[in-house]
Design a protein. Structure first.
Length: 192
């Protein structure tokens, strides 16, 4: 099957979906210029328990990894492949790589960004509710905050999160963790 940001193909199906996907170099890169990405075929993503961020154990050309998949806004996911994993897997940009994935049985607690952690410490009511939320709710709260494109928007979302948590709200309201309905997320664009 062909995708906007890469090509993918299912090659087997078992409890660890194995598929081949083209490893792409992103068009816009930051200081870590050697990372790449691949887009999961929708059929592999459909086997995962959620369309939002999800942590998986996987293999890339047989090399084991644990990473968090990001939503691509098309009801699928994409995977950032760091330099160390790419080199260990012997993968070059443009190569088709074999990928196996299995969702973790228990999603690990997400790392709380320092700015949000400080805001929670300053708001005991919000902190209390935060500590009683589920891991998936925490994952969505953090994704909502960190997906802000501007620092001003992120700061506003952190303040809103603290207000909502302090009022007893355990889930971020009206946040589409898949990005499909809001068109808020997408995979990186591939370099030409």
């Amino acid at each position: 099957m062909s995708r906007v940001s890469g090509e993918t193909e299912m090659i087997s199906r078992d409890e660890h979906d194995i598929f081949k996907a083209r490893l792409e170099r992103p068009k816009q890169i930051g200081p870590d210029a050697d990372w790449g990405f691949l887009v999961l075929p929708k059929s592999a993503s459909d086997c995962l328990p959620r369309r939002g961020r999800i942590t998986v154990d996987g293999t890339l050309n047989g090399v084991a990894f644990r990473e968090t998949l990001e939503p691509d806004g098309q009801l699928s996911h994409w995977l950032k492949v760091g330099t160390q994993l790419r080199e260990a897997a012997g993968a070059n940009f443009g190569d088709f790589v074999a990928v196996g994935l299995a969702p973790l049985e228990v999603e690990p607690d997400p790392a709380v960004p320092e700015d949000f952690s400080s805001a929670l410490q300053a708001n005991p009511e919000a902190h209390l509710v935060w500590n009683s939320t589920t891991t998936l709710a925490r994952l969505d709260w953090i994704h909502w905050m960190t997906s802000a494109k501007q620092g001003k928007t992120r700061a506003k979302r952190i303040a809103e999160a603290c207000d909502k948590l302090a009022s007893g709200k355990r889930r971020v309201c009206c946040f589409d963790p898949s990005g499909f309905y809001s068109k808020a997320f997408s995979s990186p664009k591939a370099a030409e």
